[in-house]
Design a protein around this ligand. Sequence first.
Ligand SMILES: [Zn+2]
Length: 111
Amino acid sequence: MSIKRAIITLACVLAAIYLVMGSGLFRRARWSNNYSPCKIELRQLDSAKTQWATEGGKTTNDVPTWNELQPYWRRTPACPQGGNYTLGRVGEPPTCSVHGRDQQPTSTTAK
Ligand SMILES: [Zn+2]
């Protein structure tokens, strides 16, 4: 008897989870899931730039090339939504053409 009740309760919980996943809550979660990987990639780019600058004795006005940063990551950073990354100078954070800088999603790309 109690086992049967437990099974019914479990079924209700699963149904509730299924409903939540189909609702707007899940869609909002998906947006942030799409953004966070990009943020991680941008951080990877930024730390590679910092390492490159430190080891090469660069100034904040130096601009690294993708080839020069290659040794500092295992896999080339890429935006999960197909955005293009701009490395920029050492003194400024890299930007994504879709997500902007490592802060919040922006519709317009900073120059
Ligand atoms: Zn991006």
